[in-house]
Design a protein around this ligand. Structure first.
Ligand code: C2E
Ligand code: MG
Ligand code: MG
Ligand code: MG
Length: 282
């Protein structure tokens, strides 16, 4: 077909590129409107101690009513938000919803921390940091109950302003967790310098536990380094009892994954936590 067009290979590939570019543009437009209309929501996935107590949860943004009424995965629309300037209002929206959840639980006498994912570029923006601190202060939530999940890409260019912004949040009491640990640029020297409290072992290492020799060694090393640096460790993507047993036996602090809990709409999560509290399981 390319030859029929008389444009060689270029014409053969171009329609696909156009489709991807068109999808991006339409997602960006729809996302802008969805943010304005407050159509994004949050789901929460519980994090458990090895004794099956809920110790907190991860907040995951949801866009259930995307273009044509079809849900869009954050894996697809977060990159669009990041390259279009929408990540800032999106993050503040997610954060305010997360703070409302923590507040509702506090009103029921339950103190549980929530983790919120924060894209790397946000730490270059002083006004975003101001916005975060203002939202936390207005909410009355103890800053310690808010954990910001960041990734190793933040450490590639540690400009002074990035470090200063992280330090402001850390001084205010917010916690930092290093998400997808082991998949990116791992400069161990940064682990202590970056005000981290927690590491999250990436799902790709958890996947082949406990059978794969290499992944066993990697996970044990991560747990050992974390212990020596006094960092808490969360394993993500735990899907089998054998994985949970291995991680618990080697001192992993918290487990997160479909085996224990699938992300649930915020209201549903709050109800289930309150119920567990009444049964003294939180
Ligand atoms: P992440 O932060 O690593 O989040 C974990 C992802 O793994 C979530 O997918 C979660 O639903 C999924 N997951 C949890 N347990 C299991 C399991 O046992 N098996 C499998 N196969 N998957 C599991 P989700 O919600 O689609 O989010 C994907 C990514 O999108 C997140 O990865 C995060 O990088 C990003 N993201 C989500 N919400 C936000 C947000 O509010 N802001 C930013 N900046 N990024 C977000
Ligand atoms: Mg995360
Ligand atoms: Mg993760
Ligand atoms: Mg991940």
């Amino acid at each position: 077909r390319a030859k029929q067009n008389g444009k060689g290979g270029y014409a053969f590939f171009k329609p696909e590129l156009d489709a991807a570019a068109r999808r991006r543009v339409s997602l960006e437009e729809a996302l802008r409107i969805a943010i304005l209309r407050d159509e994004l929501s949050i789901a929460i996935q519980s994090q458990y101690s090895p004794l099956s107590q809920i110790k907190g949860g991860e907040v995951l943004v949801r866009w259930l009513n995307g273009p044509d009424g079809v849900p869009v995965s954050p894996a697809e629309f977060i990159p669009v938000a990041e390259t279009s300037g929408l990540i800032k209002p999106l993050t503040l929206l997610v954060l305010s919803k997360a703070l409302a959840v923590v507040t509702e639980l506090m009103d029921a006498g339950i103190l549980l921390p929530l983790s919120v994912n924060f894209s790397t570029d946000l730490f270059r923006d002083v006004t975003l940091i101001d916005g975060v601190l203002a939202l936390v202060a207005e909410s009355g939530v103890p800053p310690e109950l808010l954990v910001l999940e960041i990734t190793e890409s933040l450490f590639i260019d540690t400009q002074a302003d990035v470090l200063a912004n992280m330090e402001r949040l850390s001084t205010a009491g917010l916690k930092f967790s290093l998400d997808d640990f082991g998949t990116g640029y791992s400069n161990l020297a940064y682990l202590k310098r970056m005000h981290l409290s927690e590491l999250k072992i990436d799902k790709s290492f958890v996947d082949h536990l406990p059978h794969d020799d290499d992944n066993r060694a990697i996970v044990r090393s991560i747990l050992s380094i974390a212990r020596q640096l006094r960092l808490r460790v969360v394993a993500e993507g735990v899907e089998t009892a054998a994985q949970a047993d291995f991680l618990s036996a080697h001192g992993c602090d918290l487990l997160q994954g479909y085996l224990l809990h699938k992300p649930a709409p915020a209201a549903e999560w709050v109800s289930s936590v309150k119920l567990l509290k009444s049964e003294k399981k939180v």
